[in-house]
Design a protein around this ligand. Sequence first.
Ligand SMILES: [Cu+2]
Length: 115
Amino acid sequence: MKKFTAAATVLTLALGHAAVFAQSNMDGMKGMPMDKMAADAKSTVHKAQGTVKKVDAKAGVVTLAHGPVPSLHWPSMTMGFKVTDQSLLSKLAEGQSVEFEFMQTGKGYVVTSVK
Ligand SMILES: [Cu+2]
């Protein structure tokens, strides 16, 4: 799973950010191993709406069931996001509806702000 070729990465992106991949990782919540997708990294801020499914303060990860993200061509899905600031996590509770912004970084997708 860790050795993605460039071609596989492109294919994964073309398939809409690996929804199947995301879902298969939901239970473990070790963070989505999508760092290879950072080849495409831009400092674009993406916006989405979602519902908080889980907050893992230890891992610094919030699991969000998010709606479509047009700027990334993502469909709705549930996935884990890291946060820029751990204090963001304290504002989040399971079941909460949020509007959030996130960026793609070398370490995956990172939430930068939550409303
Ligand atoms: Cu997603």
